[in-house]
Design a protein around this ligand. Structure first.
Ligand SMILES: [Zn+2]
Length: 191
């Protein structure tokens, strides 16, 4: 029962990432312990929500597995702050943000969240309020937990955009007038 619960609480990390972050596999045989374990590749993220003022610094991934308790806290942080609705956020989005922070040389620096998950009610409201040129799509990836709008103090918005685009891990939108960059885990595209 206990083992089953523990197994259920962990989600496998895509093997491509795991392989890149497991350099100890090639350690000399004499140094390999009886129980061979993958390298302890840990990933942490730090956030400040611009609307709720909530802060979260959390390690969400280690030993090749996502920590679902941590993912739950992240899902809550990234809830639709207007309605309180929560939705599972694609863990690949967190990997994207982690990799982005590494390439920026800003690992551990807080991302400021402008928008995470958006319920259908909120998305419709934003579309109506902003008119046709808001950039609020009818079928936004924010509505399926695959998108986040961010900025990072100390990092130029243009650099954040360029680095995110260079990762080629999904869509990247640039909104200088509102001072944020949109990233998502949909297909690779830029606007
Ligand atoms: Zn967005």
């Amino acid at each position: 029962m206990k083992i089953g619960a523990a197994a259920a609480a962990l989600i496998a990390v895509p093997s491509k990432l795991k392989a890149v972050e497991s350099p100890l596999v090639s350690a000399p045989p004499a140094l390999v312990p009886a129980m061979v374990e993958p390298a302890r590749a840990t990933r942490a993220l730090s956030f400040v929500h611009t609307h709720t003022a909530e802060k979260l610094a959390i390690q969400y991934c280690c030993d090749g597995l996502y920590d679902t308790a941590a993912l739950g806290k992240l899902n809550h942080l990234l809830r639709d702050f207007r309605t309180g609705d929560e939705h599972p956020i694609d863990p690949k989005l967190f990997d994207l943000l982690h990799e982005l922070s590494v390439t920026l040389g800003a690992e551990g620096e807080a991302y400021h969240i402008i928008s995470g998950y958006r319920s259908p009610v909120t998305n419709t409201m934003l579309q109506k309020r902003g008119g046709p040129n808001t950039g609020v799509a009818t079928r936004s990836l924010h509505m399926v937990g695959q998108a986040i709008d961010i900025r990072m103090p100390g990092v130029k918005l243009k650099e954040l955009r360029d680095r995110a685009a260079a990762l080629k891990r999904g869509g990247v939108g640039y909104y200088p007038a509102s001072n944020f960059v949109h990233v998502d885990t949909g297909r690779v595209r830029y606007w």
